[in-house]
Design a protein around this ligand. Structure first.
Ligand SMILES: *[C@@H]1O[C@H](CO)[C@@H](O)[C@H](O)[C@H]1NC(C)=O
Ligand SMILES: *[C@@H]1O[C@H](CO)[C@@H](O)[C@H](O)[C@H]1NC(C)=O
Length: 289
């Protein structure tokens, strides 16, 4: 499904705000579900691999478990040229040591993962450079349960303080540059919505063919399409109506309202809900064909 830069550039000229949002939301929201999926797959591969390795584990102590160890890297003594050798020397200071480093973490936080016996765990925790030692957990692949996965709600569906404080995002307008939207979906109903906040919105609901403006509401507040420059053979009706489903998917992942009994061909039945249920949507269709 191609998205033409020229549409985005056109969008830029007309809607600098939306173009700005392109960068933040294309990466943060549009790909969120893919990232979560890939993360989940990686986690699953990681655990399968660990399981496999633990069968092979020679010299692994009975009762060992994998841990993620967060380290204060500023404490690294100068004689270690890199953190890996330092981490290894920390592990070599533990009782019965024959630990291997599974991963070294350098981006989101500093540390490593390894397998530890209960005794080693206690020894490691006492070291001053160790900030935290977190047991590795087996996670399930999730589809309709991302808010729980992200900690936005509890398993009893109680929202956390972040959601409550910001009234489920009611002051936020999320702009998506994608394949449009299917406006009749339950995910986009505006029941119990406060009026559109006027201080941060001055866009329009343009709709298009088979998309009367009346389909906009207090949730779906902006709808435009940009099809100039799209090759003729990929040209479709001039409308923001999403015939592919991708834009509808990304919009509901970000801000869809809770819909009961949702499933994918009967799989993953449950409540489908976006991250910020009351955030508003500004939809810009730039993907065609
Ligand atoms: C939304 O924005 C208005 C105006 O800035 C503010 O008064 C209100 O408290 C905000 N509401 C939330 C839930 O953040
Ligand atoms: C979900 O659908 C099933 C049958 O398809 C129905 O029996 C059930 O009441 C529905 N649950 C909710 C919460 O709508």
């Amino acid at each position: 499904m191609p998205c033409y830069e020229i549409c985005s550039i056109k969008n830029h000229a007309n809607h600098a705000y939306a173009y700005h949002q392109y960068h933040s939301f294309l990466f943060q929201i549009k790909w969120l579900s893919f990232q979560l999926l890939i993360l989940s797959i990686l986690i699953t591969i990681f655990f399968s691999l660990n399981l496999f390795l633990s069968f092979l584990a020679i010299g692994h102590e009975i009762g060992s478990q994998n841990f993620i160890v967060q380290v204060q890297n500023g404490n690294k003594p100068l004689e270690f040229s890199d953190v890996e050798t330092w981490y290894m020397s920390i592990l070599n200071s533990l009782a019965d040591h024959n630990n291997e480093i599974i991963h070294v973490y350098k981006t989101v936080f500093h540390g490593f993962s390894t397998s530890l016996t209960p005794q080693q765990l206690q020894q490691l925790k006492k070291r001053p450079e160790i900030i935290g030692v977190i047991p590795d957990q087996k996670l399930q692949l999730l589809t309709t349960r991302s808010p729980l996965f992200l900690g936005l709600i509890t398993s009893s569906k109680t929202p956390n303080n972040l959601l409550k404080k910001f009234n489920y995002g009611s002051n936020v307008t999320i702009a998506l540059l994608d394949s449009g939207i299917w406006p009749e979906r339950e995910s986009f109903n505006d029941k119990d919505f406060d009026p559109i906040p006027s201080h941060n919105w001055n866009g329009v609901c343009e709709g298009g063919e088979d998309f009367p403006k009346t389909l906009c509401n207090k949730k779906l507040i902006g709808v435009r399409y940009f099809n100039k420059g799209v090759p003729k053979d990929e040209h479709e009706k001039p409308t923001a109506r999403d015939t592919i489903g991708h834009g509808t998917h990304t919009a509901s992942t970000a801000t869809g309202r809770a819909v009961n009994n949702a499933s994918l061909l009967g799989y993953a039945k449950g409540e489908a809900v976006g991250m910020a249920e009351k955030a508003r949507l500004a939809i810009y269709r730039v993907c065609w064909g």
